[in-house]
Design a protein. Structure first.
Length: 95
């Protein structure tokens, strides 16, 4: 299992618009690599499936982190890196 922690720097945290952007991009990546990505918020260890409900239920505020996880070690690292790059370039850039 592979995982990576990333800080959400948006001043409003993970609100509905940002969550929708993330779910859309995560869906594209999961389809592209044929794998499943999971998300959790430290200190919790149980990962949730990538969905609007999961993201909004985490209540991620500004400068809080999320952990993106994948069970596929080979393509999982590439997929997680691609999603984290998307977060850095499209979500964290506005902060």
């Amino acid at each position: 299992m592979i995982s990576r922690e990333i800080i959400i720097k948006d001043p409003n945290g993970l609100h509905t618009r940002i969550a929708a952007m993330l779910v859309n991009k995560a869906s594209q990546i999961m389809h592209k690599y044929k794998l499943t990505l999971y998300i959790c918020k430290p200190p919790f260890k149980d990962p949730l499936g990538f969905s609007m409900l999961a993201l909004l239920s985490l209540r991620v505020g500004p400068n809080e982190s999320i952990v993106i996880t994948c069970k596929d070690d080979d393509k999982g690292k590439i997929a997680i890196d691609e999603l984290c790059e998307y977060i850095e370039n499209n979500i964290n850039i506005s902060s």
